[in-house]
Design a protein around this ligand. Structure first.
Ligand code: GAL
Length: 433
């Protein structure tokens, strides 16, 4: 029988949830996802984002609930297509909206972690070619600088781009997401432009505000392993996938180069050291075989009997520990900007959260400078091409009324956040999977 002890987190640790504009606000009518949803046939469950969680109108209620639930931080994104609905035209009413949002966060004791780009593009940016447009880095940097100037007094943490590699793969390589391209050359070009875009945004935010914010990027870093460690083919494919998924942007922003296989390590001008901090999104392990690409199994080949989420992701908390340790030597503060579990079984969510917090504690005690944990997600929300079926929220939403109903996991998390610790009894209660 395992021994359980309380585990404590460093003083001042940030606890909260993460969201993104398109998934929760509702009526993001001026972006590429909205337009794509209206075409029909793309979203697997036949739904659209629509009014989403109506967070655009209910943010006060949501932040009051987050406060009640013990949170002291909240991650959200600003919808670029609201701020700049047409190229070069700023919508000041929307700027005021986000000012009210940030003020409300502060009033509710929630430190804002703000993402500037979370997957959605304004229609005009789409029409110019989005991430294939050589002007893309400058165009998005202009928006980043503008909004950082407007809201800089209220935002201590800015994140430029959410999961740029997911944009590359889903939108340009696999083609599951708009603009549904399936083209290696385009994917490479998008990867170059996204790296430059991050750097230009970083500079623009730094120049726009005197409030000395921490600025970083958010990377999704799955734990990749060869399916058969004795197979040279599996090992080689895994290495290649890891270089792309987990190392391209990291080496890029750190050293200021275009790492292989996107580039040959040549200089990426103005990119070196454009990060004060990093947002780590960690969800699962991907076991990779030689024919990973041909099989098109995005989430790899989990071993028999593995614990899977409702979306087929393999639960692997040790991989979370591994990724924090991998980031630690860069010497930048790490924030967990996403970690979560699509499931109909909230008990499983509780177990998932506890297992990952245990690994986070382990990494911290081994020296990783992890300073916050933002769970994905607050309420159930629009899960991109999967629609409304996956349930990732600690809070359920009643269909029709959209009333928020905290699940047991929300109360478990509240107790952890309030005490800044996982109690032995909590670990014990959810010991068996
Ligand atoms: C991330 C993404 C989020 C959310 C989450 C759960 O990749 O940033 O927007 O959808 O996955 O699937």
């Amino acid at each position: 029988m395992a021994d359980y002890t309380d585990i404590r987190f460093p003083a001042g640790f940030y606890w909260g949830c993460a969201t993104a504009s398109h998934q929760v606000e509702g009526n993001c009518t001026k972006n590429d996802w909205w337009a794509w949803e209206q075409e029909g046939g793309h979203i697997h469950d036949g739904t659209v984002s629509g009014i989403a969680c109506d967070h655009y109108n209910r943010f006060e209620e949501d932040f009051a609930l987050a406060q009640e639930l013990g949170h002291n931080a909240h991650r959200l994104s600003i919808e670029w297509s609201r701020i700049e609905p047409e190229e070069g035209r700023w919508d000041m009413a929307e700027v005021d909206h986000y000012r009210r949002v940030m003020e409300s966060l502060h009033r509710h004791g929630l430190t804002p972690f703000v993402t500037l780009h979370h997957f959605t593009n304004p229609l005009w940016f789409r029409d110019r070619g989005a991430w294939l447009d050589p002007q893309a880095p400058d165009l998005i940097a202009r928006y980043a600088g503008f909004i950082a100037k407007e809201l800089g007094d209220l935002v201590p943490f800015w994140f430029t781009i959410n999961e740029p590699l997911v944009v590359v793969t889903e939108s340009y390589l696999i083609g599951n997401w708009p603009p549904q391209r399936n083209d290696m050359a385009e994917a490479m070009m998008a990867a170059r432009h996204l790296l430059l875009a991050h750097a230009r945004m970083y500079q623009a935010v730094k120049e726009a505000t005197t409030h000395r914010p921490q600025v970083g990027i958010v990377l999704n870093m799955p734990y990749l392993e060869p399916k058969n460690p004795d197979s040279p083919g599996d090992v080689a494919m895994c290495k290649m996938a890891d270089a792309v998924f987990n190392q391209y942007f990291l080496t890029g922003i750190d050293k200021g180069v275009f790492p292989p296989p996107v580039g040959q390590g040549e200089e990426a001008p103005g990119v070196k050291s454009t990060w004060d901090t990093i947002g780590l999104n960690y969800y699962y392990r991907i076991r990779i075989s030689e024919d990973f690409l041909a099989k098109g199994a995005e989430y790899g080949e989990p071993p028999l009997g593995a614990k899977l989420s409702s979306m087929g992701w393999e639960v692997y908390p040790e991989g979370f520990h591994h990724m924090m340790k991998r980031l630690a030597p860069y010497g930048r503060p790490i924030y967990i900007t996403e970690n979560g579990f699509p499931t109909e079984d909230d008990d499983a969510r509780c177990r998932y959260v506890l297992r990952h917090l245990q690994q986070m504690h382990r990494a911290i005690s081994e020296g990783a400078d992890v300073r916050g944990y933002l769970h994905w997600s607050f309420t159930d929300n629009f899960e991109w091409a999967e629609g409304w079926v996956p349930k990732l929220g600690m809070i359920a939403m009643e269909p029709g009324t959209l009333n928020r109903k905290p699940r047991p996991s929300a109360y478990l998390f509240r107790d952890i956040a309030r005490s800044n610790a996982v109690a032995a009894g909590q670990s014990q209660k959810y010991a068996a999977w």
